[in-house]
Design a binder for this molecule. Structure first.
Ligand SMILES: Nc1ncnc2c1ncn2[C@@H]1O[C@H](COP(=O)(O)OP(=O)(O)OP(=O)(O)O)[C@@H](O)[C@H]1O
Ligand SMILES: [Mg+2]
Length: 242
C-alpha cells in the first residue's frame, strides 16, 4: 500500500464504551476523519467530550470498541502487539499535561529513557538526548538538573524533548500547556509549531482557543461526536521559528 494514496491516519466511525461495574460510559459515538502527514491538528471540546479517549486510540494506547482505525493505510487490528509497540516507540511521541518526568532524575536521563526502550546503542543515547534538549531551547546547564529544579515551562519543554528524542513523525500532545503560565505556554506552542514546520504531524488537545490557533485545523468534539472540523484562517505564527 502506498502512503501517497492513504492518509497517515483514517478514523472510521470510531466508538468507545467504557464498562464500569454498574454503568457503561459512551465516550466516543462514531467519529470519522482523516489526518494527512504533516498536518497540525487541534482537538477541542468540553471536559468529558472524548478528547483524551480519541488521542489514546490514535496513539495505540487504547483500542476502540467499534469502528476502524487505519494507520498508514493499514487497519489497527492487523498489526500485532509487537508492531504496535514498534510504531509507538519509533514513530510517535507523547506529551501530557502533567509532564510525567521522573523525579530525582536528571533531565538528560529522563530524555534518554525512550531510547533505552527502543534499544538504541548506549553511546548514541547521550548525543541524541542533548540534541533533543537543545531543540526545545533548554540551556545546557539545565541538562543535569532534576525536574523540581526547573520551572513548569522548562519541565514541559523537557517532556517535549523526551517525546521527540526518537525523531518521531507524529507528536500527540494532551493539554501540554494546561499547567503553565501564558508565557511558558506560548514557548511550548512555538516549540510544537517548529516541529510541525520541520514536517512532523502534530495532534494537540487543548481547551484554549488561543492555543488551538497555532494549528491549521480544529476538530471540535461534543458528547463523543464531531461537532465541527474547520481550517484555522488566522493561524498564529511568530518570530521563534528558525
Ligand atoms: N478509563 C475510563 N473508565 C471509565 N470511563 C472513562 C475512562 N476514561 C474516560 N472515561 C469517561 O469517558 C468520557 C470521555 O472522557 P475523556 O477523558 O476522553 O474526556 P476529555 O474530553 O479528555 O475530558 P477532559 O477535558 O476533562 O480531559 C468521560 O465521561 C469520562 O468520564
Ligand atoms: Mg482529557
Amino acid at each position: 500500500m502506498s502512503e501517497n494514496i492513504f492518509p497517515l491516519i483514517r478514523a472510521k466511525n470510531l466508538s468507545k464504551i467504557y464498562d464500569g461495574n454498574f454503568t457503561e460510559t459512551s465516550a466516543l459515538g462514531g467519529v470519522s476523519f482523516d489526518v494527512e502527514a504533516g498536518e497540525f491538528l487541534a482537538i477541542m471540546g468540553p471536559s468529558g467530550s472524548g478528547k483524551s479517549t480519541l488521542l489514546h486510540i490514535l496513539g495505540f494506547l487504547d483500542k476502540p470498541t467499534s469502528g476502524d482505525y487505519y494507520f498508514e493505510g493499514k487497519k489497527m487490528e492487523e498489526f500485532n502487539d509487537e508492531e504496535l509497540a514498534g510504531i509507538r516507540n519509533k514513530k510517535m511521541g507523547f506529551v501530557f499535561q502533567s509532564f510525567n518526568l521522573l523525579r530525582r532524575t536528571a533531565l538528560l536521563e529522563n530524555v534518554k529513557l525512550p531510547l533505552k526502550y527502543a534499544g538504541i546503542a548506549e553511546k548514541e543515547q547521550d548525543a541524541m538526548a542533548r540534541r533533543a534538549l537543545a531543540a526545545v531551547n533548554l540551556p545546557e546547564e539545565t541538562f543535569s538538573h532534576e525536574p523540581s529544579q526547573l520551572s513548569g515551562g522548562e519541565q514541559q519543554r523537557a517532556a517535549i524533548a523526551r517525546a521527540i528524542v526518537n525523531n518521531p513523525s507524529i507528536i500527540f500532545a494532551d493539554e501540554p500547556t494546561g499547567n503553565l503560565d501564558s508565557k511558558s505556554g506560548e514557548i511550548v506552542m512555538q516549540t510544537l509549531q517548529k516541529l510541525n514546520n520541520e514536517g512532523n504531524t502534530v495532534i494537540l488537545i487543548t481547551h484554549e482557543t488561543f492555543t488551538a490557533e497555532y494549528a491549521q485545523r480544529i476538530i471540535r468534539l461534543l458528547d463523543g461526536q464531531i461537532e465541527s472540523d474547520n481550517r484555522v484562517s488566522n493561524r498564529r505564527f511568530n518570530g521563534f521559528i528558525k
